[in-house]
Design a binder for this molecule. Structure first.
Ligand SMILES: NC(=O)c1ccc[n+]([C@@H]2O[C@H](COP(=O)([O-])OP(=O)(O)OC[C@H]3O[C@@H](n4cnc5c(N)ncnc54)[C@H](O)[C@@H]3O)[C@@H](O)[C@H]2O)c1
Ligand SMILES: [Zn+2]
Ligand SMILES: [Zn+2]
Length: 361
């Protein structure tokens, strides 16, 4: 049986997204049908719409979601009907070379649903990041459902499914930020502020927020930034050095995905420091750096997919910390909107009016 619901579909590069009827199959072996309660609007959804990720249109957007398992297919044992879950795009396989070496957060063969959701006319949809959750119901691999404490509000919890987790993890997991460290975060949207919140959780001493928008910098303070830098007004690299005794930060997180800000990150870190690229670049972007500087400055240049998270380990832990009041997850939610307002939410995101708009059902 298939379920007919509404979904937000991107039909072609740059075209406005549409709310349209889609068909969601009942779960087959290893799959779960999830009643979506909330799904955040992430910048990656906008990348999909603009053609920055691929051209497998039509896309079913939305991938930062929480909901309740409605039905599971055969062979599913980890979750059952009625479980409150955050959806993840890293259902690890346990079999690939990364999983076998004990580093499942690098899993190269993550699971997605086998069956495809379709438009009413049968056209197969490509679900964003293998999820597709701007819809009342979605079909995922059971491993994409991570059970967490249901006391947390769905709109808040869902944000751990992508942006906030990517940011927190970029600081803690990829960057290895720990007590006493200095960190600078360039780009203070949902992802960047996640990195700031993560750095505070880890005990970083100096947390420098860099953005071009004063409103974003004010919000960054609420997540734990100890200093803010408007890089439209001052030179970000010089200012970060000045705030770190002239040296640069131990870790710099680039949460935009652009060559010019990556360069800032590269030069704003201390010798032997770490750059973490968590922002997603587009295919046309290139970067040129003196190789001698890459060598001479030492340290490491890392990328962070999904904050190198392990959903089964990190989601329940972060939800518990949020419920204890130690991670202000709810502050990421700027507004809750209806499924019809995703296009408007993209505009607000581009104008810096929101940290996260969250579609609720
Ligand atoms: N690696 C991952 O797993 C992962 C996961 C989610 C999102 N992302 C990516 O992270 C990036 C950020 O996502 P988001 O949802 O936080 O986006 P966002 O649009 O909410 O935030 C971007 C921020 O950057 C600021 N900004 C713009 N130009 C700037 C500049 N020149 N210097 C400094 N700041 C500037 C904006 O004012 C805004 O605050 C995107 O590229 C997104 O695709 C990556
Ligand atoms: Zn694997
Ligand atoms: Zn995302």
């Amino acid at each position: 049986m298939a379920n007919s619901v509404h979904g937000v579909v991107s039909r072609g590069k740059g075209e406005p997204v549409q709310v349209t009827e889609i068909s969601v199959p009942d779960p087959g072996p290893g799959e779960a049908l999830v009643k979506v309660q909330a799904c955040g609007v992430c910048h990656t959804d906008l990348h999909y719409k603009l053609g920055g990720i691929g051209d497998e249109y039509p896309y079913l957007l939305g991938h930062e979601a929480a909901g309740v398992v409605e039905k599971v297919g055969s062979g599913v044992t980890d979750v059952e009907e009625g479980d409150f879950v955050i959806l993840n795009w890293r259902a690890v396989c346990g079999q690939c070379r990364a999983c076998k070496r004990g580093k499942p957060w690098y899993c190269f063969a993550t699971h997605n649903a086998t069956q495809r959701m379709t438009l009413a006319d049968g056209t197969e949809l490509s679900p964003a990041l293998g999820i597709g959750a701007f819809a009342e119901k979605t079909l995922v691999a059971a491993g994409q459902c991570t059970k967490v404490n249901p006391d947390i509000a769905p709109a808040t919890a869902g944000l751990l499914g992508c942006g906030v987790m990517a940011g927190v993890g970029a600081a803690i997991n990829t960057g290895g930020v720990t007590r006493g460290d200095s960190i600078a975060v360039i780009g203070c949207g949902g992802v960047g502020d996640g990195a700031i919140a993560g750095a505070r959780l880890a005990g970083a001493k100096t947390i420098i927020a860099v953005d071009v928008d004063d409103r974003k910098l004010e919000w960054a303070r609420e997540f734990g930034a100890t200093h803010t830098v408007n890089s439209r007004e001052v030179d970000a690299v010089e200012k970060i050095q000045e705030l770190t005794d002239g040296f640069g930060a131990d870790v710099v997180v680039e949460a935009l995905g652009r060559p010019e800000t990556y360069k800032q990150a590269f030069y704003a870190r201390d010798l032997a420091g770490t750059v973490v690229l968590v922002g997603v670049p587009t295919p046309d972007m290139k970067i040129e750096l003196p190789l001698l500087d890459v060598f001479g400055r030492g340290g490491s240049l890392k990328s962070s997919w999904y904050g190198d998270c392990l959903p089964s380990r990190d989601f329940p832990m972060l939800v518990d910390l949020a419920l204890q009041g130690r991670l202000p997850l709810e502050k990421f939610v700027s507004e809750t909107i209806s499924i019809n307002d995703v296009e408007a939410a993209f505009e607000k995101m581009e104008h810096g009016e929101v940290l996260r708009s969250v579609v609720t059902f």
